[in-house]
Design a protein around this ligand. Sequence first.
Ligand code: AQP
Length: 346
Amino acid sequence: MAKPVLVSGIQPTGKLHIGNYLGALKNFVDLQNSGKYQCYFFIADLHALTENPTAKDLTTNTISLAADFLAIGLDPKKSIIFQQSQIEPLQELKWILSTLTPVSELLRMTAFKEKVLQALKPGEREKITKEKFEEVVEASNFGLAEYPVLMAADILLYDAKFVPVGDDQDQHLELTRTLARKFNAKFGKTFSEPNSLHTATPRVMSLNDPAKKMSKSMPAGCLFLEDAPEIVREKIKRAVTDSGNEIKYDEEKKPAISNLLKIYSSISGENMQKLEKKYTGKTYSEFKTDLAELVILHFADYRKKKKALAGKSSALKTILTSGSKKAGKVAARKIGEIKKKIGISL
Ligand code: AQP
């Protein structure tokens, strides 16, 4: 029997942080190695265009992300690793799905609102009026609003059953399921409804503000996988902590230390109770020192492999081209079926 399909992508928008890893990438590797799924992992270069990168940056980041995929443990022999923009049928499906999507649905997406608000200066965001918000939305690029439709096409094109992502993508997944249902109801059963797969850390928070998600667009609060040991030590030492001195997991009263504890627990595999016990009577500083060493050790092999892949851009391109060819074949078959269903394949 065919294995269930699993699809996920990452945008080539800069260095990967520990949120990308603990929320998504770590799971990619575990799921791939479980042998239970047909895995598709792609570099979401079309999604990255919404950030208006230069051509040079987009190419560099695409190659660098391919190296990240391999260095962290994705394997082109086990998974189809490809470049989103190379899949031509994706454009057709995105268009078809967009005709089933109310504009209002797109404008109410939390990720969209957060992205357009990034155009404002800090301070302006908090006291924004309805009129000013509408002005910012109208000035934003249309790709930011369309983002979830492209994501739905990415998933439905391969009949994915599972999508391993952080919880910031849940609303987009919900839209994907709605679009699958709408399409099926109108044209007959064509798509299956995908489910997200979350890790125990579906939302890692920023090191300098535990109320905000760790995000590439806010690099000051990020712990990057590539960070050298001395940088990791410095960043963790400077990470904000809560009042008091007890090392205890309490998201409400101690959000900062809880975030650090979650990072520790996800990497070491130790459960929270055991961790709290281990650090009873110890200081924040002692805990942070241990966390830094744990992170440094955990990513040592990744850093070594990533360095070794630095001069191998042509081998990385070959892997992406070959993966894109395989994914493209599957996509071509599916778009043929879709076109027949909607009446444009005469
Ligand atoms: N802080 C996070 N905690 C857990 N998971 C996270 N992800 C992102 N941030 C966190 C998950 O990582 C995957 C890839 O993300 P992406 O690069 O495609 O998109 P993103 O959400 O735009 O990543 P960033 O870092 O948050 O970038 P910006 O600043 O551009 O918004 C996804 O599965 C995501 O859920």
